[in-house]
Design a protein around this ligand. Structure first.
Ligand SMILES: [Zn+2]
Ligand SMILES: [Zn+2]
Ligand SMILES: [Zn+2]
Length: 506
């Protein structure tokens, strides 16, 4: 889910909260999804701390019986028989100080697809069941449910058959455990990876440049809290999956695998950055991080697409962003060290060119605040975000508003949360006025092409249209469209959806 970056611990709270918000019905399919990282979300951000198995009580669609579609066993050729053809226009290389990375060998223009990567393994988040197909992640009405567990939903029998080797790990267990079935999303994903590894002996199309087995696990850098979380995940894996996965790998192998997934897993998000699920995309994970990335990752179903958002020349390294780019350098650095164990030395972290605007101080103060006062306020802001978000967002805006300008990123963070509360309460006018305050500064603080900015325009545009403010609605949707045509590609169905919404207003 998307994952925001202040300090560790806050994301899970926001994530849990966002799920509550996104389940409310509203014209924007409302969500206070945390900021996009379109990238490896560390475990506690990605899948922990959320209520992991809320009973699904969606309306009943067409009934379909019989989950037990068994895959016939295929015999596979030995490992390595699939020729490794790499990814056209790019190459794997050793990046100075960063280890392996991805480099362009030809020019890529803004908006151009650099490469696409099917998920090696993926899992739909529990809260999106019935709204999305478990097999292909298509969002539509009238999906058919698994006749046995009645909790998995599919477009048709092909999607159901295709997903059965993975769904069978959970189908009867969900029936048996009922409401006590609650593995975290990381555990669910790891179970699928183990099955996929057993069924696959050759290099997959998701691993043209990087094999999943090559993932870094950074086990030597885990603190005791992270180690404990890994152990409880391993216990949950044994508890919920040992019946269906014969001979689970030994403890050390599982520790390694969870470490690898935690550092290299991705969260799949929709166009409003609502969390849809978790996945591994080995080739996408090859890209190193920059706070001024030259590509953006979006999703078409369960396929990740990587598009240029800056001109990329032959010889340039291809950089993705792992974190939310809203926050100032010090916050980003903390987040990257905590989750990914490296010290970012990118141009943005060196120049800190946006920090001043991001930390804007109120203009009309009689005396400018002391640095100490600002530090104390930052400390306060972070605590609020972590601990008392919901109750505090209004109060904290009042307090921070004594020295922070409305465009200050901590003010924006609170407004974003307040907008989520408004959506949850179905207070559309309130949500709209927060959206209006957020969207301009967002455009300043984020890079020129940003999924966070696009999703904010999208939410705002849909709110406007829901409130019959046609002109403003169309204007906001067009802004979203402009960014999405570059980030998602002109032929992406999300772009088509936005275009249709604009067209309908004519
Ligand atoms: Zn499907
Ligand atoms: Zn089932
Ligand atoms: Zn950086």
């Amino acid at each position: 889910m998307r994952a925001t970056g202040i300090t560790s611990g806050c994301d899970a709270a926001i994530a849990a909260y966002a799920r509550r918000v996104s389940s409310a019905s509203c014209p924007t399919r409302g969500t206070a999804a945390p900021q996009s990282s379109a990238r490896p979300a560390a475990p506690e951000r990605r899948a922990r701390g959320r209520p992991s198995n809320q009973p699904v009580s969606h309306s009943v669609h067409r009934e379909r019986s019989g989950a037990a579609v068994r895959l016939t066993k295929r015999t596979r050729p030995g490992k390595g028989t699939m020729k490794n053809e790499g990814i056209e226009g790019t190459e794997r290389f050793l990046s100075p100080d960063k280890g392996r990375g991805l480099r362009a060998v030809r020019h890529f223009a803004v908006g151009e697809l650099v490469f696409a990567c099917p998920a090696y393994s993926y899992v739909l988040t529990v809260n999106e069941r019935a709204a999305h197909c478990e097999g292909c992640f298509t969002r539509k009405e009238g999906l058919s449910k698994c006749g046995k567990c009645k909790q998995a939903f599919y477009c048709d029998v092909d999607c159901q058959k295709g997903d059965w080797p993975m769904h069978k790990l959970e189908c009867s267990a969900m029936c048996a455990y009922g409401e006590n079935w609650c593995p975290s999303e990381t555990v669910r994903l790891v179970a699928r990876i183990i099955m996929k590894q057993r069924a696959t002996t050759e290099r997959t199309p998701s691993e043209r440049l990087l094999l999943l087995t090559e993932f870094e696990s950074h086990l030597d850098k885990l603190d005791s809290e992270k180690e404990e979380m890994n152990q409880s995940d391993i216990a949950a894996l044994h508890h919920f999956y040992s019946k269906h996965i014969i001979d689970l790998p030994d403890n050390q192998a599982l520790i390694e695998l969870f470490g690898q997934v935690n550092c290299n897993g991705f969260t799949i998000e929709d166009e409003e950055l609502s969390h849809l699920g978790s996945a591994v995309f080995p080739d996408v994970a090859l890209m190193n991080h920059s706070c001024s990335p030259n590509v953006i990752v979006t999703y078409k179903g369960t396929v990740a697409e990587v598009r240029a958002v800056q001109d990329i020349n032959p010889g340039d390294e291809v950089f993705n962003s792992y974190i939310d780019l809203l926050y100032p350098t010090e916050d980003r650095r903390e987040r990257l060290i905590d989750s990914y164990f490296f010290n970012c030395q990118c141009d943005e972290c060196t120049s800190k060119s946006k920090d001043k605007a991001k930390m804007e101080i109120k203009k009309k103060l009689s005396s400018p605040p002391e640095p100490e006062e600002i530090r104390a306020m930052v400390h306060y802001a972070k605590n609020v975000i972590e601990d008392e978000l919901l109750e505090m967002c209004e109060l904290s805006q009042e307090k921070m508003g004594s020295i922070f300008a409305d465009t200050n990123v901590y003010m924006l963070h609170m407004m974003y949360q307040a907008m989520g509360v408004c959506l949850y309460m179905q207070d559309w006018d309130g949500a709209m006025s927060y959206g209006e305050k957020i969207v301009q500064p967002y455009s300043v603080h984020y890079p020129a092409y940003s999924l966070n900015v696009a999703s904010m325009y999208l939410k705002l545009g849909r709110l406007y249209l829901g409130l019959e403010r046609k002109t403003q609605g169309v204007k906001a949707l067009k802004k979203a469209q402009g960014i999405m045509e570059v980030a998602h590609g002109k032929d992406h169905h999300y772009v088509a959806e936005v275009k249709r919404e604009i067209e309908e207003q004519k």
